[in-house]
Design a protein around this ligand. Structure first.
Ligand SMILES: Cc1cc2nc3c(=O)[nH]c(=O)nc-3n(C[C@H](O)[C@H](O)[C@H](O)COP(=O)(O)OP(=O)(O)OC[C@H]3O[C@@H](n4cnc5c(N)ncnc54)[C@H](O)[C@@H]3O)c2cc1C
Length: 292
């Protein structure tokens, strides 16, 4: 990885990344707890109405409000995200006594399910488990840890050991969604970034990475011209193709994991094992190399 791209895979806990970004931006300009309800575009500004009824005016509104973005709802009005048929459990376990190699992480794929684990800084191990579930299914009476263990207790170690070593409170459960790729994210002085623009399934580990690439491309586009509308056109030209490609690749990966017929699973695993290394590297190149 280092030799090919000049950098290694970095596994960072989202809270650490968020703190680092907030520290570097500065607390003074950061106003938390402000729910965006609606916006109105004028010729020279955009006015945003907040949850407490107050209004703010700005040159530009960037909707970075995630999967169920209120800004997207008003801007594109393209309905709810699509449930893909799988649920993800994720947890943080203490690394002591767990036999997991330090390095690029491990990904086990089973019948309609998957388990991923890797070391984080500070001696903890992050894991994520995917299974096919009904939309909106709630935890059973014995709790989330029991539910996930029930589905993975027959898997090879350290999968069950990792789940057992995780506190109930350190396990999160989310249904998996994405959206059909959109052909635009901007109108006038309003645009979208991250999951608001291009939510994708977590199978490629690219959602937050693509959000960061959006931020860089948007900043560079705004620095290139004084016209907001032109800058947003530049931003879309740089980002739509790549981000939408990731949405499609992630969905294909999800569909591959969802195969649960044993014969089809055997075929899938055999085909994957036969893919020539240059082809695997070419796919990886497309993910790792941002178009700049
Ligand atoms: C299980 C799982 C594993 C993942 N693993 C990876 C991974 O390994 N690598 C990776 O790159 N990505 C991963 N992702 C994807 C990643 O989490 C998302 O792509 C990323 O969080 C998107 O960032 P965002 O800022 O666009 O949206 P969010 O992180 O969803 O942030 C949106 C913010 O907007 C706020 N908000 C919502 N509505 C409003 C409103 N009306 N007004 C004001 N604020 C509002 C929310 O409170 C939230 O703080 C994973 C996702 C899941 C579910």
């Amino acid at each position: 990885m280092l030799e090919r791209y000049g950098f290694n895979v970095a596994f960072v806990h989202r809270a650490d990344l968020q703190s680092a970004l907030a520290r570097s931006f500065g607390q003074k300009l950061l106003h938390l707890g402000c729910e965006v309800r609606a916006f109105v575009q004028g010729r020279d500004a955009v006015e945003v109405t907040l949850g407490d009824g107050s209004a703010r005016s700005a040159d530009l509104l960037v909707g970075a409000d995630g999967l169920r973005s209120a800004v997207r709802r008003q801007l594109l009005g393209d309905g709810d995200p699509l449930y893909l048929g799988s649920t993800v459990w994720r947890g943080l376990a203490p690394g002591e006594g767990i036999d997991l190699p330090i390095g690029d992480g491990v990904n086990w794929v089973g019948h309609g399910s998957e388990f991923v684990a890797f070391h984080l800084a500070g001696g903890q191990i992050y894991w994520a488990a995917v299974t096919k579930e009904e939309h909106g299914a709630k935890p059973g009476s014995e709790g989330t840890k029991h539910d996930v263990l029930e589905r993975f207790f027959t898997w090879a170690e350290p999968v069950p050991a990792l789940i057992r070593a995780t506190e109930e409170a350190a396990i999160l459960r989310n249904d998996m969604y994405d959206r059909r790729p959109s052909i635009r994210w901007s109108h006038g002085r309003v645009t979208l970034v991250g999951d608001a623009a291009h939510p994708m399934t977590p199978n490629q580990g690219q959602g937050a990475c693509q959000a960061l690439e959006d931020g860089i491309a948007l900043g560079e586009s705004l620095a290139q011209t004084a016209s907001i509308t032109l800058a947003l056109e530049l931003y879309e030209r740089r980002r739509l193709g790549r981000a939408n490609r990731m949405v499609r690749i992630s969905r294909q990966a999800t569909r591959g994991v969802q195969i649960d017929n044993p014969v089809l699973c055997a075929i899938r695993d055999r085909v994957l094992s036969l893919i020539p290394r240059p082809m695997i590297l070419a796919t990886q190149d497309a993910t790792m190399r941002a178009d700049r």
